[in-house]
Design a protein around this ligand. Sequence first.
Ligand code: B12
Ligand code: SF4
Length: 568
Amino acid sequence: MRVVLVHIRDPQFYALPATTRAANGRIRVMGFPPIGIMSLSAVLKRAGHECVLFDQANPETPNEVIVGEIKRQRPDLVGLSFLSTTSYPYAKILARQIRAGDETVRLAFGGVFASLNAQLVKLQCPEVDFVCRGDGEQLILDLVEHLDDPSVVAGVTWAKDGKLVHNPNRLMERDLDQWPFPDREGLPLDFVESMPLDVPTVLSMERFTTMQTSRGCPWPCVFCDIPIFNEGKWRSRSPGHVVAEFDHLQKEGYGSVYFVDDHFLLQPKRIEAICNGIQQSGVTIQWGCEGRVDSVAQHLFPSMAKANCRTIMFGIESGSQMVLDRLKKEQTLGEIETAVTNAKNAGIEIVHGFFVVGSPSETVSDIRATFDFAARLRLDTFGFNRLCVYRGTPLWQEYVKRGLVDDKADWYKYFKCSEIDPTCLAGEVINRERTMGFRRLFLYKILHYPKQTARLLRRFIRFMPLRDVVYLIVKPFLGVTRGPTRNEVLSRAVEHPALKDAAGNLTQVADDLLAHVMSESRAERLRIQDDAEQTGRLTDDPDLDRRVVTEIALSPTADPSAKQRATR
Ligand code: B12
Ligand code: SF4
């Protein structure tokens, strides 16, 4: 079988660098590689199928070229893969262009948004034959074998005789080691490691890629749909499998890797084994990961640094405990300070904080407290996004109950919370406070952490045109405000009006599902925690994790002000 897979992109999440070609002749893209379609391609090829990949980031394959190639190559299946609500409009547009060019080709959608809204998507996009839910590896293998009768393919939503068919869910696969490494050579692109800030910020010019070593996160943050996408479960690859992929990437010439895991820092035993494996195999690739600040694996930050972990990104969200509690983040300001301090003391070069502003019940003084908190933390980089609400999250459900969103009419949209929730500050106030907060934060960092700031700027200047670095620094002081982004406008505009009502009638399942997922999440956390405790017991020290974390925070090399804060 021949399969074409396309990764759909939001234009603002990638950019083309000034030097558009790498030394090997491949086009350079600043952004993350499309690891979803790369994973599916590897699985298909191993099973003997042919697979052709396209990425909308490739300037040489705009939609017209993709449509033309599909007409020319006549694949058995075309899969469009996209991550979020924001990229759904672009997926719809391409699906319609493909269908207009070829009436018979089989079209499939997959990815997080499509999974969580499968029936609605199928109704709104009749030109798409299959909406695929959850993990795609086994699903796509089964689908290509049953294109004419997908009734036996678990996890597919499709239509028969004009009626919607929602096949049962696929059992969640725990053995992730069975899948081959992603097909990274299937696209003629080289990716540049960057952060999607206002000016895309280049972190290195090493050959860059992403890896996924675990899936899911069992916490209940109200704005996040990861728990529901993963049915409240966390699944991981074995350390040996992860290290083997590192080894393979090193041989392929990669110098930098970022883990797209939702919470890498969950299981100390696994992290330790991965770090040991990297050191023993002599892999020199620098890597980065994301995790929670309450991780019990913080005593391993020094081992991670030794194993070339260069970046840790924490979901900090707010400097107000009230806001953290409102978001059900289940973390404290003290835990945040400890984690950031531990990471810096361990020698992690870039520690990043994700923050949100514009949360429900947040006041002006909460926003100010957040920026002050960010200033005091030893963070190297930070991002402050306006909180948005997406369908599939507990916050969306709450808004439905409070009558703030209409699930029937709004399911494919996303909103800045402040646009719809009267308990949020007005958008202009949030933007004003954010601009002022940024200015204070920048000045504070330059004055109080001059060496740390200079080191970071030196890194940027090495890889970015000077004017971009200057713009990055002065941007907060320019006070430019923007209206809605192109995505925001698109996500609210592109639809099949005639089918909207029919789609809306299917939106009644979320409550039960949410309750089920949240209880599964709690059980999963207990299971993993048990496991961590048992690891402690195996080393004859049940308090190992907690004690070492505190020791690192209070070590004599720690910043003395952080030491005071950590003991507060
Ligand atoms: C890495 C990442 C990014 C990267 C983008 C990477 C890229 N290549 O474009 C960056 C940082 C740029 C980013 C930006 C954003 N992201 Co993001 N991102 C992620 C993250 C952490 C991992 C995605 C990933 O690489 N997964 C690994 C691959 C292997 O999985 P996958 O793509 O889902 O593919 C699997 C299946 O879905 C399936 N599959 C996928 N496609 C297809 C197609 C077919 C035909 C089939 C059969 C199967 C199939 O098979 C694959 C293998 O099992 C996810 C969280 C998550 N766990 O998914 C959030 C996530 C997708 N992002 C999210 C959001 C909101 C955004 C932003 C809107 C954030 C913002 N406010 O700016 C933007 C929008 C970006 C865009 N759409 O272009 C939300 C989406 C929520 C929603 N309902 O919309 C998520 C779920 C995070 C969250 N906590 O809620 N993101
Ligand atoms: S910690 Fe919260 S925000 Fe982060 S992945 Fe888990 S549920 Fe989502």
